[in-house]
Design a protein around this ligand. Structure first.
Ligand SMILES: C[S@@+](CC[C@H](N)C(=O)[O-])C[C@H]1O[C@@H](n2cnc3c(N)ncnc32)[C@H](O)[C@@H]1O
Length: 358
C-alpha cells in the first residue's frame, strides 16, 4: 500500500508527481529514444536532428538521464537499454502501440471532470471503429508480451486440452498457454478486428497452428462448444456487475464438467475495496473510457461466481513482480469431475495419451 496523504507536504508531493510522467510523455511524443538510436549525442547535435530548441532539449534530456532513460557522461548522451529497445522504433522490441495508448491518456485524464460530472466516458458517442480496435489490440499485445509467458509458466492447466481466451484480443495469453502446454488447443474469442491482429501474431509463432478464432459478442452471444479452461483476462473491469454475472452464466454453460474459469483482473483485495492502489486508480480509467466499467473486489466477484453455479472458488497467487495485477488470479470450477484423459500402452511399451472422450 502506498503512503497515505496526511500532511500538506504529502499532498504537495502527491500532486507534483505529475512532473516526471509529463517529462517521459514529452520524450515519447518527440520520439526521442528513436532519434537517439544507437549513437551518442551532444545536445546541440541532437537538437538540430530533432528540430527542437537546445535549451528545451538540454533540460528534458537531463531529466531523462536523472530518471535512467538516457545515460549521460559529461556533455554526451546515449540511450539506456530500455530506451534503445522498447522505446526505439528502429528496434524489433519496440512497443510503440502501447506507448501511444499510454501517451494519449495524458490528455484524456486532463478531462476527468467531464466524466465525473456526467458519469459517462469521454467519447461516448464514438462507435467501436475497426481501425481503433486494431490499434488497441496491438497495444494490448505490447502491454502483455512479457507478462503472458510468466503467467503461463506458473498456471498449471492440469492436462487441459481446450482453452477459450474470452475477450482475448491479440491472443497473447492464448499463445503463451499454447507454447507452455503442447497438448493444448486454444480458441481466441473477440471482435473481428481484434481477431485479425491475433491471426497476424499467431503466424509468427510455432504454436499458432493450434489457435482458432471465434468472432462473437461476449455480452450477448451464447458461447458455442465446450472447453476445459476459460481464460477471462482484463475484461471484467469493462462491464457492470450485471453484465459480468451474465457472462459467468454463459461461461459455465461452455465449460466441461470440472472445467475452470480463470479470471485475471484489477481486483481490490481489502475489505473497503481501496487497495491495491493500482486497482483503485484503474477504475478511473474505466470511468473515462467505458459506459459501465469499474474495478471490483475479489470477494464480490466470488459471490457472483457462486450465484452463477461455480464451485471451489479460490485465488491463485503468482510470484511478485511477474503478475499482470497484484495479488492473484481468481479460479472457479464448473461442478462435476473432469473426464480423465486415458493413458494407453502402445505396442512398443511407450505410454501415449489418447484423446479424451469429450
Ligand atoms: C482490455 S482487452 C484485454 C485483452 C486480453 N484478454 C488481455 O488480457 O490482454 C479487452 C478485450 O475484450 C474484448 N471485448 C470487450 N467487450 C467485448 C465484447 N462485447 N465482445 C467481444 N469482445 C469484447 C475487447 O475487444 C478487447 O480485446
Amino acid at each position: 500500500m502506498s503512503r497515505q496523504i496526511a500532511t500538506f507536504d504529502d499532498l504537495r508531493d502527491a500532486i507534483t508527481a505529475y512532473r516526471l510522467p509529463r517529462v517521459l510523455i514529452a520524450a515519447l511524443e518527440l520520439n526521442l529514444c528513436t532519434a537517439v538510436g544507437t549513437k551518442t549525442w551532444t545536445i546541440p547535435a541532437l537538437a538540430r536532428e530533432m528540430k527542437v530548441s537546445e535549451r528545451g532539449l538540454a533540460i528534458l534530456c537531463r531529466n531523462l538521464a536523472m530518471a535512467g532513460l538516457l545515460k549521460k557522461k559529461g556533455e554526451i548522451y546515449r540511450n539506456s537499454r530500455l530506451g534503445a529497445t522498447a522505446l526505439n522504433a528502429a528496434h524489433p522490441a519496440y512497443r510503440g502501440d502501447y506507448l501511444r495508448l499510454m501517451t494519449s491518456h495524458w490528455a484524456d485524464w486532463g478531462r476527468l471532470l467531464e466524466s465525473v460530472r456526467s458519469g459517462l466516458p469521454l467519447d461516448h458517442d464514438e462507435p467501436d471503429e475497426p481501425d481503433y480496435r486494431r490499434r488497441f489490440t496491438w497495444a494490448m499485445h505490447h502491454r502483455t508480451l512479457e507478462t503472458a509467458p510468466q503467467i503461463a509458466a506458473q498456471l498449471n492447466l492440469g492436462g487441459a486440452r481446450t482453452l477459450l481466451d474470452l475477450g482475448g484480443g491479440p491472443g497473447t495469453y492464448a499463445m503463451a498457454f499454447l507454447a507452455k502446454n503442447p497438448q493444448l488447443r486454444a480458441t481466441v474469442c473477440d471482435r473481428p478486428a481484434a481477431l485479425d491482429v491475433a491471426k497476424e501474431i499467431a503466424t509468427t509463432h510455432k504454436a499458432g497452428s493450434r489457435l482458432s478464432y471465434l468472432p462473437l459478442d461476449l455480452l450477448t452471444d451464447r458461447i458455442p462448444g465446450t472447453y476445459d479452461v476459460i481464460w477471462y483476462s482484463n475484461v471484467l473491469h469493462i462491464y457492470s456487475p450485471q453484465d459480468n454475472r451474465a457472462v459467468f452464466q454463459r461461461a459455465l454453460a461452455a465449460l466441461n464438467p470440472g472445467g475452470r474459469l480463470l479470471i485475471q483482473d484489477a481486483f481490490l483485495h481489502d475489505r473497503e475495496g481501496l487497495h491495491p492502489d493500482e486497482s483503485s486508480l484503474f477504475a478511473v480509467s474505466m470511468l473515462l473510457f467505458t459506459e459501465r466499467g469499474n474495478t471490483y473486489t475479489a470477494a464480490e466477484t466470488k459471490a457472483w461466481l457462486t450465484d452463477a453455479g461455480f464451485t471451489r472458488i479460490k485465488i491463485v497467487r503468482m510470484k511478485k513482480g511477474t503478475e499482470d495485477w497484484e495479488d492473484g488470479i481468481l479460479e472457479a470450477r464448473s461442478p462435476g469431475t473432469p473426464v480423465k484423459t486415458r493413458v494407453r500402452r502402445t505396442q512398443s511399451g511407450n505410454s501415449s495419451r489418447s484423446r479424451s472422450s469429450r
